[in-house]
Design a binder for this molecule. Structure first.
Ligand SMILES: [Zn+2]
Length: 260
Protein backbone atom coordinates (compact mmCIF):
# COMPACT_ATOMS: atom_id res chain seq x y z
CA UNK A 1 0.00 0.00 0.00
CA UNK A 2 1.36 3.46 -0.83
CA UNK A 3 2.39 5.24 2.37
CA UNK A 4 3.50 8.83 3.00
CA UNK A 5 6.65 8.84 0.80
CA UNK A 6 4.89 7.14 -2.11
CA UNK A 7 1.87 9.47 -1.93
CA UNK A 8 4.18 12.49 -1.62
CA UNK A 9 6.03 11.30 -4.73
CA UNK A 10 2.77 10.94 -6.65
CA UNK A 11 1.75 14.47 -5.60
CA UNK A 12 5.10 15.95 -6.65
CA UNK A 13 5.09 14.20 -10.03
CA UNK A 14 1.43 15.06 -10.63
CA UNK A 15 1.68 18.79 -9.89
CA UNK A 16 3.44 20.11 -13.01
CA UNK A 17 0.94 18.38 -15.31
CA UNK A 18 -2.31 19.35 -13.60
CA UNK A 19 -2.02 22.66 -11.74
CA UNK A 20 -3.99 25.35 -13.56
CA UNK A 21 -5.60 22.76 -15.85
CA UNK A 22 -9.37 22.60 -16.34
CA UNK A 23 -11.21 19.27 -16.04
CA UNK A 24 -13.09 18.91 -19.33
CA UNK A 25 -14.66 15.60 -18.42
CA UNK A 26 -14.47 13.14 -15.49
CA UNK A 27 -15.57 9.58 -16.26
CA UNK A 28 -15.98 6.82 -13.69
CA UNK A 29 -16.16 3.15 -14.67
CA UNK A 30 -17.02 1.70 -11.25
CA UNK A 31 -18.98 2.96 -8.28
CA UNK A 32 -16.86 0.92 -5.88
CA UNK A 33 -14.20 3.65 -5.70
CA UNK A 34 -16.97 6.21 -5.05
CA UNK A 35 -18.26 4.12 -2.13
CA UNK A 36 -21.71 4.19 -3.67
CA UNK A 37 -21.96 7.98 -3.73
CA UNK A 38 -23.04 9.90 -6.86
CA UNK A 39 -20.34 10.72 -9.38
CA UNK A 40 -18.45 13.92 -8.53
CA UNK A 41 -19.65 16.78 -10.72
CA UNK A 42 -16.33 18.43 -11.47
CA UNK A 43 -16.53 19.09 -15.20
CA UNK A 44 -15.36 22.61 -16.04
CA UNK A 45 -13.53 23.10 -12.74
CA UNK A 46 -9.89 24.15 -12.58
CA UNK A 47 -7.29 22.35 -10.46
CA UNK A 48 -5.78 25.03 -8.22
CA UNK A 49 -3.44 22.95 -6.07
CA UNK A 50 -2.37 19.38 -5.34
CA UNK A 51 -1.36 18.50 -1.80
CA UNK A 52 -0.83 15.44 0.38
CA UNK A 53 -2.79 14.97 3.60
CA UNK A 54 -1.57 11.79 5.28
CA UNK A 55 -2.00 9.18 2.58
CA UNK A 56 -4.67 11.25 0.80
CA UNK A 57 -4.13 13.30 -2.35
CA UNK A 58 -6.16 16.51 -2.32
CA UNK A 59 -6.98 18.39 -5.51
CA UNK A 60 -8.31 21.84 -4.66
CA UNK A 61 -10.86 22.79 -7.32
CA UNK A 62 -12.78 26.08 -7.74
CA UNK A 63 -15.57 25.01 -5.45
CA UNK A 64 -14.57 21.90 -3.63
CA UNK A 65 -11.91 19.31 -2.90
CA UNK A 66 -11.39 16.11 -4.83
CA UNK A 67 -9.86 13.68 -2.32
CA UNK A 68 -8.16 10.57 -3.66
CA UNK A 69 -6.90 7.65 -1.56
CA UNK A 70 -4.88 5.07 -3.49
CA UNK A 71 -5.88 2.18 -1.19
CA UNK A 72 -3.75 -0.90 -1.90
CA UNK A 73 -3.09 -0.70 -5.64
CA UNK A 74 -4.33 2.69 -6.87
CA UNK A 75 -2.24 4.69 -9.34
CA UNK A 76 -2.69 8.18 -10.77
CA UNK A 77 -1.05 8.24 -14.18
CA UNK A 78 -0.51 11.26 -16.39
CA UNK A 79 -1.10 10.79 -20.13
CA UNK A 80 -1.10 7.00 -19.88
CA UNK A 81 -2.98 4.48 -22.02
CA UNK A 82 -6.25 3.26 -20.47
CA UNK A 83 -6.29 -0.45 -19.63
CA UNK A 84 -8.58 -2.99 -18.00
CA UNK A 85 -7.82 -1.63 -14.50
CA UNK A 86 -8.59 1.99 -15.40
CA UNK A 87 -11.42 3.01 -13.05
CA UNK A 88 -11.64 6.73 -13.86
CA UNK A 89 -10.36 9.17 -16.47
CA UNK A 90 -9.99 12.91 -15.95
CA UNK A 91 -9.67 14.55 -19.35
CA UNK A 92 -8.03 17.95 -18.92
CA UNK A 93 -7.86 20.91 -21.30
CA UNK A 94 -4.34 19.64 -21.91
CA UNK A 95 -3.60 15.97 -21.27
CA UNK A 96 -5.40 13.47 -19.05
CA UNK A 97 -5.04 11.73 -15.70
CA UNK A 98 -6.04 8.08 -15.33
CA UNK A 99 -6.95 6.38 -12.09
CA UNK A 100 -5.92 2.71 -12.27
CA UNK A 101 -6.68 0.32 -9.43
CA UNK A 102 -6.46 -3.48 -9.65
CA UNK A 103 -8.00 -4.32 -6.28
CA UNK A 104 -10.28 -1.28 -5.95
CA UNK A 105 -9.65 -0.51 -2.27
CA UNK A 106 -8.95 3.09 -3.28
CA UNK A 107 -11.54 5.85 -3.19
CA UNK A 108 -12.32 9.15 -4.84
CA UNK A 109 -14.64 11.64 -3.19
CA UNK A 110 -15.68 15.21 -3.81
CA UNK A 111 -16.83 17.62 -1.14
CA UNK A 112 -17.11 21.35 -0.55
CA UNK A 113 -14.70 21.00 2.35
CA UNK A 114 -12.26 18.44 3.64
CA UNK A 115 -14.41 15.35 4.43
CA UNK A 116 -14.72 14.82 8.22
CA UNK A 117 -12.98 11.43 8.21
CA UNK A 118 -9.94 13.08 6.62
CA UNK A 119 -10.05 16.20 8.79
CA UNK A 120 -10.02 13.88 11.84
CA UNK A 121 -6.59 12.43 10.96
CA UNK A 122 -3.68 13.05 13.31
CA UNK A 123 -0.68 15.34 12.68
CA UNK A 124 1.76 14.76 9.82
CA UNK A 125 4.94 12.93 10.94
CA UNK A 126 7.06 15.40 8.95
CA UNK A 127 5.47 18.34 10.77
CA UNK A 128 4.88 17.24 14.36
CA UNK A 129 7.17 18.88 16.87
CA UNK A 130 9.49 16.55 18.82
CA UNK A 131 8.15 17.29 22.31
CA UNK A 132 4.53 17.06 21.16
CA UNK A 133 5.30 13.64 19.64
CA UNK A 134 6.99 12.35 22.79
CA UNK A 135 4.15 13.57 25.02
CA UNK A 136 1.45 12.16 22.74
CA UNK A 137 3.05 8.70 22.63
CA UNK A 138 3.63 8.54 26.38
CA UNK A 139 0.08 9.67 27.11
CA UNK A 140 -1.25 6.49 25.47
CA UNK A 141 -1.08 3.04 26.99
CA UNK A 142 -0.85 0.71 24.05
CA UNK A 143 1.84 -0.95 21.98
CA UNK A 144 4.01 1.25 19.81
CA UNK A 145 3.41 -0.36 16.42
CA UNK A 146 -0.41 -0.23 16.47
CA UNK A 147 -0.21 3.37 17.72
CA UNK A 148 2.06 4.46 14.85
CA UNK A 149 -0.26 2.72 12.36
CA UNK A 150 -3.29 4.56 13.77
CA UNK A 151 -3.99 7.33 11.24
CA UNK A 152 -5.99 9.33 13.79
CA UNK A 153 -2.83 9.45 15.92
CA UNK A 154 -0.34 10.23 13.16
CA UNK A 155 -1.25 10.46 9.47
CA UNK A 156 0.82 8.79 6.80
CA UNK A 157 2.79 5.85 8.24
CA UNK A 158 1.96 2.27 7.26
CA UNK A 159 3.46 -1.16 7.72
CA UNK A 160 6.71 -0.62 5.80
CA UNK A 161 7.78 2.63 7.46
CA UNK A 162 6.71 1.60 10.96
CA UNK A 163 8.86 -1.55 10.75
CA UNK A 164 11.81 0.36 9.27
CA UNK A 165 11.69 3.26 11.74
CA UNK A 166 11.26 1.07 14.84
CA UNK A 167 14.29 -0.95 13.74
CA UNK A 168 16.44 2.13 13.23
CA UNK A 169 15.27 3.55 16.57
CA UNK A 170 15.98 0.23 18.37
CA UNK A 171 12.44 -0.06 19.72
CA UNK A 172 10.56 -3.38 19.85
CA UNK A 173 7.25 -3.20 17.91
CA UNK A 174 5.36 -4.47 20.98
CA UNK A 175 6.95 -2.00 23.43
CA UNK A 176 4.34 -0.43 25.72
CA UNK A 177 4.19 3.26 24.81
CA UNK A 178 3.83 4.67 28.32
CA UNK A 179 7.04 2.87 29.37
CA UNK A 180 9.34 4.00 26.56
CA UNK A 181 11.86 6.54 27.87
CA UNK A 182 11.53 10.06 26.42
CA UNK A 183 15.08 9.98 25.01
CA UNK A 184 14.22 6.89 22.97
CA UNK A 185 11.06 8.55 21.65
CA UNK A 186 13.05 11.66 20.74
CA UNK A 187 15.29 9.38 18.71
CA UNK A 188 12.24 7.70 17.12
CA UNK A 189 10.87 11.13 16.15
CA UNK A 190 14.05 12.07 14.29
CA UNK A 191 14.39 8.60 12.72
CA UNK A 192 10.83 8.83 11.35
CA UNK A 193 11.63 12.23 9.82
CA UNK A 194 14.90 10.99 8.29
CA UNK A 195 13.54 7.71 6.89
CA UNK A 196 10.53 9.42 5.29
CA UNK A 197 12.74 12.10 3.72
CA UNK A 198 15.23 9.51 2.45
CA UNK A 199 12.40 7.54 0.91
CA UNK A 200 10.88 10.63 -0.74
CA UNK A 201 14.32 11.38 -2.21
CA UNK A 202 14.39 7.81 -3.59
CA UNK A 203 10.90 8.14 -5.08
CA UNK A 204 9.32 5.86 -2.47
CA UNK A 205 9.35 2.06 -2.12
CA UNK A 206 8.11 -0.09 -5.01
CA UNK A 207 7.28 -3.33 -3.21
CA UNK A 208 4.42 -4.64 -5.30
CA UNK A 209 3.13 -2.36 -8.01
CA UNK A 210 3.59 1.18 -6.76
CA UNK A 211 4.71 3.72 -9.39
CA UNK A 212 4.64 7.53 -9.50
CA UNK A 213 2.35 9.47 -11.82
CA UNK A 214 4.86 9.13 -14.68
CA UNK A 215 4.85 5.33 -14.23
CA UNK A 216 8.32 5.19 -12.63
CA UNK A 217 9.22 2.87 -9.74
CA UNK A 218 10.83 4.10 -6.54
CA UNK A 219 14.07 2.63 -5.17
CA UNK A 220 13.82 2.97 -1.39
CA UNK A 221 13.05 -0.77 -1.12
CA UNK A 222 16.79 -1.27 -1.76
CA UNK A 223 17.46 0.51 1.54
CA UNK A 224 14.98 -1.47 3.64
CA UNK A 225 16.71 -3.12 6.57
CA UNK A 226 13.99 -5.36 8.03
CA UNK A 227 10.73 -5.02 6.09
CA UNK A 228 10.14 -8.21 4.08
CA UNK A 229 13.51 -9.63 5.22
CA UNK A 230 12.43 -12.49 7.47
CA UNK A 231 15.35 -14.93 7.94
CA UNK A 232 17.96 -12.53 6.55
CA UNK A 233 20.79 -11.31 8.78
CA UNK A 234 20.27 -8.13 10.77
CA UNK A 235 22.51 -5.49 9.12
CA UNK A 236 23.58 -4.30 12.59
CA UNK A 237 24.20 -7.48 14.62
CA UNK A 238 23.83 -10.43 12.24
CA UNK A 239 20.99 -12.14 14.14
CA UNK A 240 18.12 -13.39 11.96
CA UNK A 241 15.30 -10.92 11.24
CA UNK A 242 12.10 -12.29 12.77
CA UNK A 243 8.51 -11.98 11.58
CA UNK A 244 5.62 -11.88 14.03
CA UNK A 245 2.05 -10.59 13.77
CA UNK A 246 1.26 -7.33 15.58
CA UNK A 247 -2.07 -5.56 15.10
CA UNK A 248 -2.91 -8.16 12.41
CA UNK A 249 0.08 -7.00 10.37
CA UNK A 250 3.20 -8.94 9.43
CA UNK A 251 5.95 -7.34 11.52
CA UNK A 252 9.68 -7.57 10.87
CA UNK A 253 12.26 -6.86 13.54
CA UNK A 254 15.54 -7.86 15.22
CA UNK A 255 15.04 -9.28 18.71
CA UNK A 256 18.62 -8.35 19.67
CA UNK A 257 18.64 -4.74 18.48
CA UNK A 258 15.07 -3.74 19.36
CA UNK A 259 14.21 -3.41 23.06
CA UNK A 260 10.85 -3.20 24.79
ZN1 LIG B 1 20.16 -6.85 15.16
Amino acid sequence: MPELPEVETVVRTLRPSVIGRRIEEARFFTHLILEGKPEPQVNGMTIQSVTRYGKNILLQLNSGILAIHLGMTGKLLVDSVPGKYTRAIFTLDRGAVLYDDIRMFGRIEFDRELPPHIAALGPDPLEIDRDAFVQAVRARKTRIKPLLLNQNFLRGLGNIYVDETLFRAGIHPEAVTSRIKPERLQRLHSVIFDVLQESIQAGGSSISDYVDSAGRQGSFQDQHRVYGKEGASCPTCGAPILRIVVAQRGTHFCAKCQKR
